[in-house]
Write a protein that binds this ligand. Structure first.
Ligand code: C2O
Ligand code: CU
Ligand code: CU
Length: 488
């Protein structure tokens, strides 16, 4: 019986959730600093990204079998600058076919790293990736259809920070590992011996895989960091397969300066921010005002199994910050960050609708398997009545057109992602999005009504290298809640 079944079948689960999550207790560990590959100063050689098996101790005392990029678990933080072209050599040594997708980048379909750009085991893929967009936090992960969830879960995920002239000269903290930190948040399952596990059941396909233990940069939460007095910047990625995370600061409010696709027009204060899988937010913490502070993550954010079982609050500390005496970044909270006109609905000349469907019925489920969707024993999933099919193009978009994409669901909360663009959210589940989600985004979630985004595609994605749109619950994506479009 797996832990999930065990939890469900016994009262022990209630004790566990009430007394803190299984592997999440004890004294904070130091925040791991993910190694940075900084090419903002210039590029004189190809940039190797080597995908392979590894072992990693998350802090349970056991070495888990993992996958990593240039290391045992996770990939590097790559820092690049607008205007550069990044010559990657992506070598696949994981023992299985994969791809590597640049999530958030405005790049043509043939270098996007979607499911058509397979890298055979032992092979190398060498895309030249042009960085044209503004300062933003992006990431990369496998996108091999049917294998995305397990490959990403096991550790194939890295961060790609883009800087531009404005961000480099902005009066913001930017010393990596001192006042500027990248946080990769994930939920994991561990067995009694401390080994990371990933078990799929029909139920897991329904909700997506949700672990009971929070890890930050590959270390069991809570993690701790000492910082200088002044403003501290946290660039945060939700790299969970399926779990929504509700983030807040102990001292409240939380101050957000950037979303998926770049800076907000000015800092936004919120009581908490809801992060779907795949989303990124940057926040500033004022460590001149408090001697300590903590970033809190609530697992009950998006519903799911534990939330439905226990209802309320599963807040836990992700990161504690402790102030040291020395002065760090001396600037003050910025007043404005970027020019960002409100999105204009009337700019759109095309409207498309996407219905995300959890259960397509037995007939289509059989077809979906033949189309290489991976659903375990659960029924297939679909968008607009059709599970993903690699050789079917679902939508054809004209380059440069402004469009409205409206998304609805038949059940559950789903995070929707579109390749090759940043968009603006017009409405989210039928309501105005929170202020922190009104900037550039490539993720929008929907639970009821319509979520609508205003979007334009400026790069080519031909039939042999189309873009994807999909639910970013990775098990749903693998199970067919994905479609393909061309831009010409
Ligand atoms: Cu983050 Cu199509 O993926
Ligand atoms: Cu993407
Ligand atoms: Cu979904």
């Amino acid at each position: 019986m797996n832990r999930r079944g065990f939890l469900k079948a016994s009262g022990a689960g209630i004790l566990m959730a009430g007394g803190g999550l299984a592997w999440a207790q004890g004294t904070p560990r130091p925040l791991p600093l993910i190694p940075m590959t900084d090419v903002t100063g210039g590029i004189d050689a190809r940039i190797p990204l080597t995908l392979g098996p590894g072992t990693h101790d998350f802090g349970t005392g056991a070495a888990s079998r993992t996958l990593g990029i240039n290391q045992g678990y996770l990939g590097p933080v790559i820092r690049a600058k607008q205007g550069q072209t990044l010559p990657f050599d992506v070598s696949n040594g994981i023992g299985d076919v994969t791809t590597l997708h640049w999530h958030g980048l405005h790049i043509p379909g043939d270098v996007d790293g979607g499911p058509h750009q397979e890298i055979a085991d032992g092979g190398t893929w060498s895309p030249d990736v042009p960085i044209v967009q503004h300062a933003s936090m992006n990431w990369f992960h496998p996108h091999m259809h049917g294998k995305t969830a397990q490959q990403t879960y096991h550790g194939l995920a890295g961060v790609l920070l883009i800087e531009d002239e404005a961000s480099l000269s902005a009066d913001l903290p930017k010393t990596y590992g001192v006042d500027d930190f990248t946080l990769v948040l994930q939920d994991k399952m561990f067995d009694e011996s401390g080994q990371m596990t990933y078990t799929l059941s029909a139920e897991v396909f329904e909700d997506g895989f949700e672990g009971d233990t929070l890890v930050v940069n590959g270390a069991l939460a809570p993690v701790a960091q000492t910082v200088p007095t002044g403003l501290v910047r946290l660039r945060i990625l939700n790299a969970c397969n399926a779990r929504f995370l509700d983030l807040s600061m102990e001292t409240r409010p939380i101050t957000v300066i950037a979303s998926d696709g770049g800076f907000l027009s000015s800092p936004v204060e919120a009581a908490s921010i809801l992060m779907s899988p795949g989303e990124r937010y940057e926040i500033l913490v004022d460590m001149s005002a408090f001697e300590t502070n903590a970033l809190t993550v609530d697992f009950s954010g998006g519903g799911g199994f534990l939330a439905s079982l226990f209802g309320g609050n599963q807040a836990q500390t992700a990161l504690t910050l402790t102030r040291a005496a020395e002065k760090g970044f001396t600037g003050s909270m910025p007043k404005s960050l970027a020019t960002l006109a409100p999105p204009k609905r009337s700019d759109a000349t095309v409207t498309r609708s996407f219905a995300l469907q959890m259960d397509v019925g037995a007939d289509l489920s059989a077809l979906a398997l033949a189309w290489e969707n991976v659903c375990g024993t659960a029924g297939a999933m679909a968008i607009n009545g059709l599970p993903m099919k690699m050789d079917r193009i679902d939508e054809t978009v004209r380059k440069g057109d402004t469009e409205i994409w409206r998304i609805s669901v038949d059940d559950q909360l789903h995070p929707f992602h579109i390749h090759g663009c940043s968009f603006r959210i017009l409405s989210q589940s039928g309501a105005e999005p929170p202020a922190y989600a009104q900037g550039w985004k490539d993720m929008v979630h929907v639970e009821e009504g319509w979520s609508e985004v205003l979007v334009r595609f400026d790069y080519d994605a031909p039939t042999e290298a189309p873009y994807m749109y999909h639910c970013h619950i990775l098990e749903h994506e693998d199970c067919g809640m994905m479609g393909q479009f061309t831009v010409t």
